[in-house]
Structure formats: structure tokens, C-alpha cells
Write a protein that binds this ligand. Structure first.
Ligand SMILES: [Zn+2]
Length: 569
């Protein structure tokens, strides 16, 4: 499948070359000469008309920013003797990011630097893509009726984007043919070139024409899908027995040709490396397979041992919600303990039967990535320091990600951020469990909107497969009713706030209910934990105490005498 994709990309690129070849078959010599000759009425500006030019571009909706200019001796006004692009690099601190159509801003810039060269930012935001032709003969006489500028030796052909994506590319279309699109810029007339000539419009009355299809990238992979699609391609290659270098090479190619904007090479390499951690038989071609079978076959097939992250509670690739009232349920203490316990390979919260031993004892230390979206680094450091005092040892398997409210599971940018964190964590070692605490902080949209929740589930699903891990999500409950007599069961997963799709999607729940304190008040909080498991046997509710002095969670016993052997507790 992937080979096909790559072959088809190659075909498309080949076709693209051919297409341009057809375009310029007609009498190359004369047409080329016509292009080399600069148009006479070049700029329509005075030589010092940089400001008015910049303003007129802004008026057309093209974002501009100031560049350094070449000095009389050809050196750059930036003052660096070794400047590699004299008169061609941005002058302001944030460079191209500051490009604007704001007239006042532009006035200020060129008042401060009256000789600054003018850059026009290309790409979607300016609605512009520019074909940078190194030398006119490259086009073999092909002529466009679009707006064009004469550069040092070559030409800039300006095209309208109309909302399409256009990536920057160097020599992808052909030797000496560069494309300036998203994130790129061109030096615009009447800027001066280091050779002393000025950039000039060949005919400024011409309108930029719509960008021809052959100019733009075929099959672009948009932001938000890049990692997933590259990962799937890598999986397919792994399934065919390719090694990490072969996979990387193919991914680099696809990334630079189709991803808009392309990922960094390092990130692409990480995708190739991460896919190598899976068994090849798991990482197969994503072609559809049929899962149905007759009942005798189902009964005859050999059963696989469930891969428990938390035995009795959470299997690999499943998602559990932990719900309770904000603050009172101490969910963050419970989760910090759970994460630390698992990372040490110790039973979670030391919940145990008096005879049958621990309930939630992992087979080995589990690697946990904890997105603590209510704790900044300092807050969690405080929490961890308290816990460390009581004999816990820090270990690499507990990976902490501090609060970043941009990290949302239902926005492209948020997904990119979280995925970046996960990729970084997975780079160190495979991840077993991801904790998102709480849902409200990783959700941009309305938690009652089932489409938003469906987006969250899709994201979790992709990561669950990609990182081969489980999820625990902390979530709040609806407020208890004011009037007595109205039904409200704090131990039921149905009290989770928001769309019922939250309940429908989760594989297990822990409801945290404040317990009834008996006897002396202590520096801690008694909590009842009620378990709902859809994928395993019922787990009896337990009582635990969060000790605020040690930050630890102490197992008190089973509720309702469900474990009579535990009576001495
Ligand atoms: Zn410079």
C-alpha cells in the first residue's frame, strides 16, 4: 500500500515535470529572450518608494515586513561580514511572524528604516504563492500571464492561492524552481539586490492568476493528520519487514513532499523508531480485514491472556475514568499515588484481601505519563516532595507533564502539543499508561456536546493504538440536587458530568465518594471508591484514607463487610 502511495507520488511528480515540459515546447529561444528582457516601465515607484510600495501591497492584503538592505559595497546592513543573504533577511526581532497589513505599523517601520527592503509574506495568510525562477531559461520559454517581478537574475511569478495550502519547496518542481508558500516570503520591488539592481515589476497592472494545479503539491497531508498518516505508513512498511533506516528514508520523502507544513526530520525519525517497538504482526497493512467468524471457530480459538495495566481494573488499550467532586474527592492525590505505585511496580493504594493478597498489583513496573493539567511544575513538585518523604523513591517510569492549557484533545494545535509530549516521553521508553487530569482541562469544547466528546474518544483511540497504552481520565460529577428525595447516586458512573458518550466510551470507572468520618478527626480524608468494570469481573467497593501529612493513600478496608476476612482492619 505504502509503496503504491510513494509510486503514485513519484508518478505525479513526473507528470508535473512533463506538464511543464509540454507548456514550454513552443519556440523556446524567442520566448526566453522575451522574458529575460526587463519590462521598461518597471516599478511605478521612485527608487526610494519602499514605504509606498509596502503600503500598496498591504492594501492588496499581502502581509509585508522589513528586511535589511544591501549597502553600496554589496554588504548587508545587518553588519555581519559573513552575512549569507545580504538584503534578504528580516529586520525585526520576530521576523516574518510580524508581517502585517497594518498601515500604521508599516509607516513606523519605514520611518525608522527608510531604506529597508520589502518582504511579502507568502502562503495562505496572504493568499499568495510565488514561483521563484532562478534563471528565465529554466522555463524554456513558457510564459504566464500572471503578475511577475524581475529579480536579480530571475523572476518571481505571483499566483493567487484561494485558500489552498502551498508549502515552501526548493527545487521540487524542477532544478532552480522554488515555491514560496506557507511560512515563506519573497523580496519585493522596489527592494535592492546585493548586485546593485532593483527588483522591478514586469507589469504591475497584471493581476496574479489563480495558482495552477500542477504548481501546488499533490495530495497534501494537512497538519493534525501528519503524525497519524506517517505512522500508518511506517506500520505498513514494518509489516513488510523494512528496517528503521529504510522506513525513515521513505517517511522523509513523503514528509517533505506531502506534509503541510512538513514535520522536522527528527520527529519523522521518531515515528520510524516508535513503530519498531511493535510486533511486526501487529503492525500490518491498514487494509480492511474481516473480523466475523462462525461460533464454533470463536469457541475453538485460543484465548489471549489479558494484558493488565492494573489487574482487575484496567487492560492495555482501555480507558478508565475516575470521577468525583472537585477538590473533596482528592482525585489528584489518588492519581499521583496510583502513578507512583505503578511506576514502582507496587500494588495500587495497597488495596488487598486479607487472604488473597493485593488486588491491583501490576506484573512489572509500568511507565506512566501524567498530564497534570491543574498543577504547574512547582505545585506538583510540592506534592511529590511530601510523598517522597515517606519512603518513596523517584524513578524514571513516572513522567510528569506540567499544566499547559493549550493541550486540548479536540483542537489541532492541542493534539499536536500533547502528541509532541507523548513522542518525547515514548522516545525514552514505551508508555503503558497516560493520565489526563482532568478532562475539563484537555477539552476545548462543551463536555455536553457529544460531537466534541466523540473527537476526544477518536484522539484517545489513535494514541492508544499508536503508543499501545491505556488511559485514565479524571472527571467531575454533576452537582448533587439541592432538594432531598431527588435521586442521586454518587457511586454510579452516570453521575459523570457532560455527554452520556463519556460513560458509553469508557471501559471502567472509579467513583470517588467522600466517606463518613468516624471518631477523631485526622489530617486526612476518608474516601469510598466504587468500581464499575465493563471488561472484567466486579470489584467490591473499598475505603481508603488520603493522609495529607504523608501524601499517601492508606487502604482502610472493604465497604459493607464485603471482605469479612478483612474485619480486623
Ligand atoms: Zn545580513
Amino acid at each position: 500500500m505504502t509503496e503504491q502511495i510513494i509510486t503514485s507520488i513519484n508518478d505525479e511528480i513526473a507528470a508535473l515535470y512533463k506538464h511543464s515540459a509540454i507548456q514550454h515546447k513552443t519556440d523556446p529561444a524567442t520566448k526566453a529572450d522575451a522574458i529575460i528582457e526587463p519590462a521598461p516601465a518597471a516599478t511605478g515607484y521612485e527608487s526610494s518608494g519602499l514605504l509606498s510600495a509596502a503600503l500598496s501591497y498591504a492594501e492588496r492584503g499581502w502581509r509585508v515586513c522589513p528586511l535589511y538592505e544591501p549597502l553600496a559595497d554589496g554588504k548587508c546592513s545587518c553588519g555581519r561580514l559573513d552575512c549569507g543573504s545580504p538584503g534578504k533577511h528580516p529586520r525585526t526581532r520576530n521576523g516574518l511572524k510580524e508581517a502585517t497589513t497594518d498601515a500604521a505599523r508599516i509607516q513606523t517601520w519605514w520611518t525608522e528604516w527608510p531604506d529597508a527592503n520589502v518582504a511579502i509574506a507568502t502562503g495562505r495568510d496572504s493568499g499568495l504563492v510565488v514561483l521563484d525562477v532562478d534563471r528565465p531559461e529554466i522555463l524554456n520559454g513558457w510564459q504566464s500571464d500572471t503578475l511577475a517581478a524581475q529579480t536579480g537574475k530571475g523572476q518571481h511569478l505571483y499566483f493567487v492561492l484561494n485558500g489552498a495550502a502551498a508549502k515552501n519547496s526548493v527545487c521540487k518542481l524542477g532544478d532552480g524552481l522554488d515555491l514560496r508558500g506557507d511560512g515563506g516570503y519573497v523580496v519585493a520591488p522596489p527592494s535592492r539586490h546585493a548586485t546593485g539592481v532593483s527588483y522591478t515589476w514586469m507589469d504591475f497592472d497584471r493581476e496574479p492568476q489563480p495558482a495552477p494545479a500542477w504548481l501546488l503539491q499533490p495530495n497534501p497531508i494537512p497538519e493534525g493528520q501528519r503524525n497519524e498518516i506517517l505512522f500508518r505508513m511506517a506500520s505498513a512498511m514494518r509489516g513488510k519487514g523494512k528496517d528503521v533506516d529504510e522506513i525513515s528514508d521513505e517517511l522523509y520523502f513523503v514528509n517533505s513532499n506531502r506534509c503541510v507544513p512538513p514535520l522536522g526530520d527528527e520527529e519523522v525519525r521518531k515515528i520510524a523508531e516508535s513503530v519498531m517497538r511493535y510486533k511486526p504482526e501487529v503492525a500490518t497493512d491498514p487494509a480492511p480485514t474481516f473480523a466475523g467468524m462462525p461460533l464454533p471457530i470463536l469457541l475453538a480459538r485460543s484465548r489471549q491472556e489479558p494484558d493488565w495495566i492494573i489487574p482487575s481494573l484496567l487492560k492495555r488499550n482501555n480507558t478508565m475514568f475516575i470521577v468525583g467532586e472537585p477538590k473533596r474527592a482528592c482525585k489528584s492525590w489518588l492519581l499521583a499515588n496510583l502513578a507512583w505505585d505503578l511506576s514502582e511496580g507496587k500494588p495500587v493504594w495497597r488495596v488487598h484481601h486479607s487472604k488473597n493478597g493485593f488486588l491491583f498489583a501490576p506484573k512489572r513496573p509500568m511507565r506512566v505519563v501524567y498530564f497534570s493539567q491543574e498543577d504547574a511544575e512547582d505545585d506538583f513538585q510540592d506534592r511529590a516532595e511530601i510523598m517522597a518523604k515517606t519512603g518513596r523513591t523517584a524513578n524514571d517510569s513516572f513522567w510528569f507533564v506540567p499544566k499547559n492549557l493549550q493541550m486540548t484533545l479536540d483542537s489541532e494545535n492541542g493534539i499536536r502539543l500533547v502528541e509532541g509530549e507523548l513522542a518525547a516521553a515514548a522516545h525514552a521508553a514505551p508508555i503503558d499508561l497516560i493520565i489526563l487530569d482532568p478532562l475539563r482541562r484537555v477539552l476545548q469544547g462543551d463536555e455536553s456536546n457529544s460531537e466534541r466528546i466523540a473527537e476526544v474518544w477518536r484522539t484517545i483511540d489513535v494514541w492508544s493504538q499508536k503508543f499501545d497504552c491505556s488511559f485514565i481520565v479524571a472527571h467531575h460529577v454533576v452537582k448533587p440536587p439541592r432538594q432531598k428525595g431527588q435521586s442521586y447516586d454518587p457511586a454510579s458512573p452516570y453521575v459523570s458530568r457532560g455527554s452520556s458518550d463519556i460513560y458509553a466510551g469508557a471501559d471502567a470507572f472509579i467513583n470517588v465518594v467522600p466517606g463518613k468520618q468516624k471518631g477523631q478527626p485526622t489530617a486526612g480524608r476518608l474516601l469510598e471508591l466504587h468500581f464499575t468494570t465493563k471488561r472484567s469481573r466486579e470489584v467490591s467497593p473499598v475505603s481508603v484514607r488520603v493522609n495529607f501529612e504523608t501524601g499517601g493513600v492508606e487502604f482502610v478496608g472493604f465497604l459493607n463487610g464485603r471482605d469479612p476476612e478483612d474485619a480486623e482492619k
